[in-house]
Design a protein around this ligand. Structure first.
Ligand code: ATR
Length: 282
């Protein structure tokens, strides 16, 4: 990739960033679509968020993705914030404006897009979400935006879930083993804990097999391994389950559109998907 004086510079700020797949995705978009842009990973330590934002602006950087531990800390340093990101309380995309960076949350849009593309129509349904950690904010916002009627939130620590979601109108909070209080069957479940992530592949957030009788469609936000134990349990009961690789891809598609004013084309998205599969599963 050749850069010159006109190259648009994009990047990720996070800690750690060693294993990020974002440069692979964004640089594949630029290469395929012939956009003069480059995307780098910047290692920014906790507490240094403000300096990184100010420095990035002075250096003319067009946009950033923001990951752990900066998604909330970055908010005071923005010149503007998208209302949805404000409501979620977390930002993963910064787009340069004249005065500073405007913050967006494309994580929740990526989750919505994946749920839709899977053909899972969850409007007016009661759904299950497992987890109340960092990823849960965007997951919950996506479910609400898709028009679900109720979200049963299962979490190991009930207090943490109550603190975060207790005041949300459609949330019902239960401990992990409290799933028998969820009425009905054939439910959609969004798994947003870190349980089952490689190398810890022999664990699922809920181990009791009777839970999986209630679930017939599921998405695990984990994408490594390709099939988590959670997904395997759903599939063994005859349900459909997908991993979170497409969420990662779609949030990047939406961020790239905001950075450049140009959503990557179909071929660019396919190339990035292929590159992601190769890097992650071969
Ligand atoms: P984050 O930085 O996103 O908060 P985390 O601490 O790994 O990351 O937690 C993410 C989610 O995974 C949380 O819902 C967490 O449950 P708690 O709120 O009770 O901490 C859940 N989680 C992590 N490890 C777990 C485990 N061993 N069993 C069950 N849930 C777990």
């Amino acid at each position: 990739m050749m850069t010159d004086g006109r190259t648009m510079v994009l990047g990720l700020m996070g800690d750690p960033v060693e294993h990020t797949l974002s440069p692979l995705i964004h640089n594949t978009f630029s290469e395929t679509d012939g956009i003069n842009a480059v995307y780098e990973a910047f290692h920014v330590k906790r507490g240094d968020t403000g300096n990184a934002v100010k420095g990035g602006f002075s250096l003319g950087i067009q946009g950033f993705n923001v990951t752990v531990p900066h998604k909330e800390d970055v908010i005071p340093y923005l010149s503007d914030i998208d209302p949805a990101a404000k409501k979620i309380g977390a930002v993963n995309t910064l787009v340069r404006t004249e005065k500073g960076y405007k913050g967006y949350n494309t994580d929740y849009l990526g989750i919505m897009r994946q749920i839709r593309e899977c053909g899972f129509n969850i409007e007016n349904e009661d759904v299950v979400m497992i987890g109340a950690g960092g990823a849960a904010n965007a997951c919950f916002a996506a479910l609400i935006s898709l028009g679900v009627s109720k979200v049963y939130i299962l979490n190991r620590s009930v207090e943490k879930a109550v603190e975060k979601f207790g005041r949300k109108e459609k949330a019902v909070i239960l401990p992990l083993d409290g799933f028998s209080d969820i009425p009905g069957e054939g439910l959609f479940c969004l798994q947003c804990t870190s349980v089952g992530l490689s190398p810890d592949i022999d664990r699922a957030p809920v181990s009791d097999g009777s839970f999986y009788r209630k679930i017939d469609r599921a998405i695990d936000i984990i994408y490594n391994p390709a099939e988590t134990l959670f997904m395997k349990k759903v599939r063994e009961r005859g349900g459909r389950a997908e991993n979170g690789l497409h969420m990662l891809l779609y949030q990047a598609v939406i961020s790239y559109g905001l950075f450049t004013g140009h959503e990557p084309g179909e071929e660019a998205v396919k190339n990035a998907e292929r590159a992601l599969y190769e890097k992650t599963y071969t």
